[in-house]
Design a protein around this ligand. Structure first.
Ligand code: ZN
Ligand code: ZN
Ligand code: FE
Length: 761
């Protein structure tokens, strides 16, 4: 090995700023006797090193194998460069360039080191609710603009004390350039407020909040990305009261626990689920409830799962610290009224949540961008994203090929938008159901913020085919005002493309997209939702779909699955027998009006929706006749399914249609014979698995496609997903499942973006 001094230049792109990357380089350069420098640039980190070949190789292997916990290198260039005779290694000032961009780190749950210090009486940040370091703490929610430096965050309002400053300036300190660095001397503070009280003394404010929660009161608690409404999850009166005040009838509430041990007392937690709970995102994980748990039924009515997250900020840890008589779990549901966006501003919270909460636990670190908690469920042996928000957004999704700067508006429910440039798609955090002015405003604010942060000026727009979605209108208006091209993307094609992009799919070979969801406008003017497509990014063909059924009364049929059940029976030519649960649910007048609607096709748009099919079956077997939130009937049908049951009912599959008439006949017969709900439910699920396998096999026989992408909200059903994956894999298919963006409409914007880019290429 040569002892000659050689040199290299390195350019690294990815998540390399604000994550302790430069100190990592600095430490390892020094340890390997290298000289040179490292600096941030506008699109990454630049390094120049001089040293002996041996040392350089050792340094480069570290770069490949061992990075700081939050760092991620997407692209690296290493080129030889003549040595420049540096005497030391140093971190030199950055040089920003206009219009360049770097990925921005999401907010990260408190790390193990900070947690230890939080409960260490000898530490100067002992019990300080805002302790953080380079490896953890707020990021995205406090960033106003790039570069990510303290003056451009909401922490600019706090002047660092000399102790914090010396940690901030020391490359060997865990808090070197940790922008939100703070301590009890110089950082944010909490306070407790109620109409009668105001407590500013830190520990007293905290203990008051704990006492109130223990006494069954409902509090509004300001956290990382917004406010939560909190109460004791084992107190049925408090939980019911929260439901009434929030106007939320059945939709489950999320829970928060201090540690894993506590969660295990209430839920079954596999190793993989534990890993998810403890991941740096600390998402809400859907877990199976133990029968012995004392959590109020009202937390998640008619469900066997509970959504639980671990305390992810120091404030939450202090709030939930175990103590004799203090509740194990707190309800921590987003601080809002029903479907409005989460509150994030103190004054706004006082106005909007004043009637919902008895007291407020507040702090004076401003939240610049509101972000909800993320939701994940372990399915088919992998984490399956249900809601992508805190901890995940705004991480860029790496694309297989570059795209022009563009904006996609998404669909309507559980909406996100997507801004993309070069090889990155920035799918926004969960925005919500775009059905009210508040959510639309939050959508528009979000778009402006992302455009600024990532320096994206869209040259291309994408939207759903549905002309009345608020997101579609917004996109159309912008394209019109800015005189730029717009690509309209069919909803289920967007689902297929989203699933492909989620996998970085770069192949041209067509893929089968099995897109099952509730609603998406089709190219023939009907409402699609049980679709077998074949295609890729640029184009698709519809090969099979669930038979069209009238949707009597449109939204009325969605709210009342009983109507949907009778519509299905009518379409299959089956009698509405008097003892059938959906017949009993509707009075004679409603029934005759419904029959007239069906016969005359009045206000009864046709749909091939798989979601509505699940609703209809749930209603037919007497499980759920009306719903109070989207997907409720299907969720309860899944919860009821007997996992041991293997029977199924047939479809008639011909001319591109899956006709459920034979299925309904057999299901009705079983019901009349008194077969139990769990068995009926399992047989129905198994029928969808069998029908899917059959349709996909036909497509493979004809077209040779062997890869299947599963997308659409119906795939959030674990029983259906896992059994389908098993059956399809057994038949030799390769399966693509969502793993970065949700399978529901939260992933639509990514699909639209990539379809639009493919269509202008
Ligand atoms: Zn930390
Ligand atoms: Zn300080
Ligand atoms: Fe959808």
């Amino acid at each position: 090995m040569s002892i000659e001094i050689i040199g290299y230049k390195i350019i690294a792109r990815g998540i390399v700023q604000g994550v302790g990357f430069r100190p990592f380089i600095y430490t390892h350069a020094i340890a390997n006797h290298l000289t040179g420098w490292v600096r941030n640039t506008s699109n990454g980190v630049e390094i120049e090193i001089n040293g002996k070949e041996n040392d350089i190789h050792h340094f480069l292997s570290l770069l490949r194998e061992q990075l700081p916990p939050l760092a991620r290198i997407d692209q690296i260039e290493i080129t030889p460069s003549p040595p420049s005779g540096y005497l030391v290694f140093e971190i030199i000032p950055s040089q920003p360039q206009a219009n360049e961009f770097i990925p921005i780190t999401p907010d990260i749950a408190i790390c193990a080191d900070c947690k230890r210090e939080l409960f260490d009486p000898a530490n100067r940040r002992y019990r300080y609710p805002f302790i953080n370091c380079t490896n953890c703490g707020p990021r995205f929610t406090i960033i106003q603009d790039i570069p990510y430096d303290r003056p451009l965050t909401t922490m600019s309002e706090f002047l660092m004390c000399s102790s914090c400053k010396s940690e901030y300036d020391n490359p060997l300190d865990r808090r070197f350039h940790a922008q939100p660095i703070a301590c009890p001397e110089c950082g944010p503070q909490i306070r407790f407020e109620s109409p009668q009280t105001s407590v500013v003394k830190q520990e007293t404010a905290l203990q008051t909040a704990r006492q109130w929660l223990k006494n069954g009161k409902i509090l509004a608690i300001k956290g990382l990305g917004g406010f939560h409404l909190a109460c004791d999850a084992s107190n049925p009166t408090a939980v019911e009261e929260l439901r009434t005040r929030k106007g939320r009838v059945d939709k489950p509430f999320a829970l928060m626990a201090f540690d894993l041990k506590t969660i295990r007392r209430h839920c079954l937690v596999s190793d993989q689920e534990a890993e998810l709970l403890l991941s740096r995102q600390h998402p809400i994980v859907l877990l199976e409830r133990k029968a012995s748990s004392n959590i109020a039924q009202a937390v998640a009515p008619n469900q066997q799962t509970m959504g639980i997250m671990l305390a992810y900020t120091p404030l939450h840890l202090l709030l939930l610290e175990p103590e004799e008589g203090f509740p194990d779990l707190l309800v921590m549901t987003s601080g809002n009224i029903s479907e409005e966006p989460i509150c994030y501003d103190d004054q706004e919270a006082r106005e909007r949540l004043g009637n919902l909460a008895e007291g407020f636990l507040l702090h004076n670190r401003r939240i610049h961008m509101r972000v909800d908690d993320s939701v994940v469920r372990k399915m088919a042996d992998q984490p399956y994203p249900i809601r992508r928000a805190r901890g995940f957004a705004p991480d860029g999704i790496l694309l297989s090929s570059p795209v022009p700067p563009l904006l996609a508006g998404g669909a309507e429910l559980k909406n996100t938008f997507c801004l993309a440039r070069q090889n990155y798609a920035f799918v926004s955090h969960h925005i919500g159901d775009m059905e009210n002015f508040e959510t639309l405003r939050s959508f528009e604010e979000g778009i402006r913020h992302y455009e600024q942060l990532f320096r994206i000026r869209p040259e291309l727009f994408a939207c759903d085919l549905h002309p009345d979605y608020l997101a579609t209108r917004y996109i159309q208006q912008r394209a019109c005002e800015e005189k730029l091209p717009i690509v309209t993307v069919q909803h289920h094609h967007a689902h297929l493309a989203a699933c492909l992009a989620d996998h970085g799919w770069s192949n041209d070979e067509p893929v089968i997209g099995v897109c099952f969801d509730g609603t998406g406008l089709g190219t023939d003017g009907t409402i699609w939702g049980g679709e077998f497509l074949v295609g890729g990014y640029s184009d698709y063909q519809r090969e099979y779909h669930l038979a069209y059924i009238p949707l009597p009364g449109g939204d009325a049929a969605i709210r009342k699955p009983a109507r949907m059940a009778l519509a299905h029976l009518w379409q299959a030519g089956l009698e509405w027998e008097g003892n059938l649960p959906p017949v009993q649910e509707l009075n004679a007048e409603e029934q005759s009006a419904l029959r007239k609607q069906l016969e005359k096709g009045l206000n009864a748009p046709l749909t091939s929706s798989m979601g509505r099919f699940f609703d209809a079956v749930a209603a037919l077997i007497g499980l759920r006749e009306r719903v109070t939130y989207e997907g409720q009937a299907a969720i309860e049908l899944e919860a009821a399914a007997d996992p041991e049951e293997k029977g199924f009912y047939p479809f008639e599959i011909r001319h591109g249609v899956l006709d459920p008439t034979p299925l309904w006949k057999k299901l009705l017969k079983d019901w009349r014979n008194g077969i139990s709900i769990p068995v009926l439910s399992a047989r129905f699920h198994n029928s969808i698995v069998a029908g899917t396998l059959e349709a996909c096999s036909h497509i493979r026989d004809r077209k040779g496609c062997n890869v299947i992408a599963l997308s659409g909200g119906v795939w959030q059903n674990r029983y259906l997903l896992e059994n389908s994956v098993r059956a399809l894999k057994k038949a030799g298919f390769e399966i693509l499942l969502h793993h970065q963006v949700p399978t529901n409409d939260g992933g639509i914007s990514l699909g639209q973006a990539i379809v639009a880019a493919a269509n202008v290429r």
